[in-house]
Design a protein around this ligand. Structure first.
Ligand SMILES: Nc1ncnc2c1ncn2[C@@H]1O[C@H](COP(=O)(O)OP(=O)(O)OP(=O)(O)O)[C@@H](O)[C@H]1O
Ligand SMILES: [Mg+2]
Length: 238
């Protein structure tokens, strides 16, 4: 299987804090990979470094055979690596449709392609279609997460990075979000999913990494890690 994203020796520091300590990742094309870990393990820092939004102290990031380690964030996005922000970060004073249009700002293709992609987002998330003209600020938490994902899809990603999409949402909404991620993945999109909801993330993931204090301590298939006693003890309540 083709490796779409290869990371070698990635390190991120904030002053003296070593948030990420030389980690390696391999994301197979077409699969869902998850990075799980507790508060402060370095998950967000890893994603931000891949997106070019924090400085890497060390490391190399190769996307589809091309070294993107030192590209500017907008070049990384237009290259096909698109992050859904933690905490959703939709623009609450703009409408749902305007938020989606903003997602496409790095694209150079025509209006027709964008319109058709917006229709696709509305098919994935019918609730957004109903509220297309409404302000994003009036959406529920789950709908805002959907909008954040939809906006990322409007950038036409080949790799989607998600930072804790389940955070703060009711279990039924979480199920919905994970189901949609599966569907997007089945359509061919490669996904890197960061989660504290370890059980759900391992269930949905083809490959998984466990991050503790900035280091990868375990890796395997999602099913392997679900069955791993160390994972069960530390993250799944025994
Ligand atoms: N801007 C910052 N300045 C200083 N230290 C930071 C900064 N952001 C994160 N850190 C520290 O870096 C480490 C990794 O944080 P990070 O946010 O990457 O973890 P995380 O796994 O995403 O945690 P969470 O599950 O809480 O989102 C932590 O020790 C955190 O306190
Ligand atoms: Mg985080």
């Amino acid at each position: 299987m083709n490796t779409l994203l290869q990371v070698r020796g990635l390190a991120v520091n904030y002053g003296h804090v070593e948030a990420v300590r030389e980690i390696d990742l391999d994301l197979p094309e077409g699969q869902i990979t998850t990075l799980v870990g507790a508060n402060g393990a370095g998950k967000t820092s890893t994603l931000l470094a891949l997106s070019g939004l924090v400085r890497k102290r060390a490391g190399r990031v190769v996307f589809d055979g091309r070294d993107i380690s030192s590209l500017a964030p907008h070049r990384i996005v237009s290259g096909g690596v698109v992050q859904v922000a933690e905490g959703r970060a939709t623009l609450t004073t703009l409408t749902v449709r305007e938020n989606l249009e903003l997602g496409a700002y790095t694209r150079r293709d025509g209006l027709a392609a964008r319109a058709s992609d917006m229709e696709h987002v509305f098919t994935l998330f019918p609730a957004l279609k109903e509220r297309a003209q409404g302000l994003a600020g009036n959406l529920s938490g789950g709908e805002q997460q959907m909008l954040a994902i939809g906006r990322a899809l409007m950038a036409k990603p080949r790799l989607l990075l998600l930072d804790e999409p389940s955070m703060g949402l009711a279990p039924i909404i979480v199920q919905d979000i994970f189901r949609t991620l599966r569907r997007i993945n089945a359509d061919g999109l490669t996904i890197l999913l960061v989660e504290q909801n370890v059980r759900q993330a391992l269930k949905v993931a083809d490959r998984a990494y466990v991050l503790e204090t900035g280091r990868i301590v375990l890796q395997g298939t999602g099913a392997e890690l679900l069955a791993e006693p160390r994972v069960q003890q530390a993250y799944l309540g025994g």
